[in-house]
Every structure is written in C-alpha cells, then in structure tokens.
Ligand binder design. Structure first.
Ligand code: NAP
Length: 283
C-alpha cells in the first residue's frame, strides 16, 4: 500500500500537517493548493507539485482533499482544470473537509459516472491531532472502497470508522461539531459567570480540569482564554459554517438554535480567530 500514489489537495491549517504525515509514512505524495506560496514547504519535505487538480488526478491513485467548504469542493471538481475534467477512471477520491452531506452525494454520483470512487471522510480533532496522526475519521461510502484505503486513513488518525453510505460521514461530523459548539459556548459562559462573581479564570479552570467534566477541549481552550490568545487553531468562521450546514440538515433543538445564533453573530467580528473567541462575543 505504501507505493499507492497520493494526490493531496488543500494546504491549510489541517492539510499541511496531514499531508506531511503521509510523506513521513513513506507514500509518494503530490500536492496542489490554490495559492501557490504554501506548496514550497511540502516540496522541501519531499512532495511533488501539481499545477492543477486535473494534472494531480492524472498522476496519482488516491486523491485526498482537505479544503474549506462546499464552494471549494465544487471548484476543485468542476473548475476549468478540475478533477472531473481530466477524464480519468479507477481513482479513489477522499473528501476529508467538513462539508454538506448533499455535496458528497452529488460528487459521489458524478465520480461514479466516470468510474471513479468517492468517500466522505471528515475528521474530529484539530491541528495538534493532525500533527500526531491522532485524528478520528468518520467515513461515508462503499465499504469495499473504505477497506482499500483504510491503511492510508490510519496513518492520519487513531480511528477510521465507516458510519454509512455517501454523506453519512458528513452527517456524523455535523453532529460532533454541534456538540463542539455547545462545549465552546458552555465553557465561555461558565468563565463569564465565574468572573462576574469574583472567581478567577485560572481557579475555575483548575477546578474544572480536575473534575468529572474536565476534558481536553477545556484544557486547551481554558489556557487560550487565560493567555488572551485567540489565534485560530480551528477558526470560528468554520464552526459558524458547520452550524449553518447542521441547521440545513434539520438541527432545531433548543441548544442547537442558541449556538447557531451565537456563532452566526460572532462570525463577522471574530471569524478569523479561534472558536473560543466566542467568549468575546458573549461578553
Ligand atoms: P484553512 O486553514 O482555512 O484552509 C483552507 C484550505 O482550503 C486552503 O488550502 C485553501 O486554499 C483551500 N480553499 C478554500 N477555498 C478554496 C477554493 N474555492 N478552491 C480551492 N481551494 C480552496 O482550513 P483548515 O482549518 O485547514 O480546515 C479545512 C477543513 O477541515 C474545513 O472544512 C474545516 O471545517 C475542517 N476542520 C478543521 C479543523 C481545524 O481545527 N482547523 C478541525 C477539523 C476539521 P488557499 O490556501 O488558496 O486559501
């Protein structure tokens, strides 16, 4: 499997460490990114560069993308020099971006028409887990195709689990990120309430981190609040997008409505900062 030629599309915060992980594992990797300045580091790490998605799919067997949103997926597949313009067949395309189930179903169908296969395989975990190959990967698509690429996915994550047919990985991811939105807003509100009553954030986080409700998210984001460091690991604009997607898929529960509204409001002021910058909006 290590001689499977990997094509990697998208060198953002997640795409860079994830593609590096596959180079480290010994796969031949060719990368494409829309803005050209980001490809240099990967070249130094041993990757080949493709100038368009069409060129990349011609040169590789398994194509993985990690890009922002539905529009990016549409551009990469259907743009002038997009994947579908190359006329290739027998390729496996894995979309690891957090996008709508609808776009996965649409492009799974278009891939099939050209005798290529498509899996949606979004991830839970952020930059640190990407750097350590410890992501959790939820997959939608044919089990037979999943089994063919499971060894590749297992270089990126500690768990790769198939949860259903095309789009199911995206649906699972939207459920996970809805809970992430609850966690972020919940932590921010607990800090605001504690501060209002004279409890320092440091003391509150020490108590939470040692209690039954302590978790990795709280540890990392509590530190970010204490250090007033809102540099994005997971940009707030992405959770705002994910909650829009979840709402479109039927999220209408009381907390769901609330976090949806909070993050839509926060996006214009704090979209480029980290998800936990929601505390600034709530203050
Ligand atoms: P990011 O740093 O904003 O990078 C986005 C990538 O998508 C860049 O390579 C960008 O290219 C590319 N892109 C955007 N629009 C495009 C278009 N129209 N055509 C072609 N390429 C386009 O995002 P990220 O944090 O790596 O996240 C990537 C995906 O993973 C998102 O769906 C996000 O929700 C999800 N995710 C992120 C995290 C996290 O902690 N960051 C965790 C789990 C899942 P340019 O360089 O040219 O802009």
């Amino acid at each position: 499997m290590n001689n499977t030629k990997i094509g990697w599309i998208g060198l953002g915060k997640m795409g860079i460490p994830m593609s590096r992980q596959l180079i480290k594992a010994g796969f031949p990797v060719t990368v494409f990114n829309r803005s050209k300045n980001k490809e240099k580091d990967l070249k130094e790490a041993g990757a080949e560069i493709a100038s368009t998605p069409a060129e990349l799919i011609q040169q590789t067997d398994v194509i993985i993308m990690m890009v922002s949103d539905d529009q990016a997926i549409r551009d990469i597949f259907s743009g002038d020099k997009g994947l579908l313009r190359a006329g290739t067949h027998g390729k496996i395309i894995i979309n690891m971006s957090t996008v709508s189930p609808a776009i996965s179903k649409e492009f799974a169908g278009l891939c099939k028409n050209q005798e290529n296969d498509y899996l949606d395989a979004p991830v839970s975990g952020s930059v640190k887990q990407a750097e350590e190959g410890q992501l959790v990967i939820m997959v939608g698509g044919d089990d037979e195709i999943f089994q063919k690429v499971k060894a590749v996915l297992e270089k990126l994550g500690k768990l790769a689990i198939r949860v259903g047919d095309s789009g199911a990985g995206n649906s699972a991811k939207l459920a996970v990120n809805t809970l992430l939105g609850f966690h972020a807003q919940g932590l921010a509100e607990a800090v605001i309430f504690a501060n209002k009553n004279g409890i320092s954030t440091e003391d509150l986080m020490t108590v939470i981190n040692n209690s039954a409700i302590g978790n990795v998210f709280g540890k990392i984001k509590g530190e970010a609040i204490i250090n007033d460091n809102y540099q994005a690991a997971f940009a707030l604009k992405h959770i705002a997008k994910d909650l829009r997607l979840a709402k479109a898929e039927g999220l209408d529960t009381p907390l769901g409505e609330t976090v949806y509204k909070t993050f839509q409001q926060a996006e214009s002021g704090f979209g480029e900062e980290d998800i936990i910058a929601v505390i600034k909006q709530l203050k």
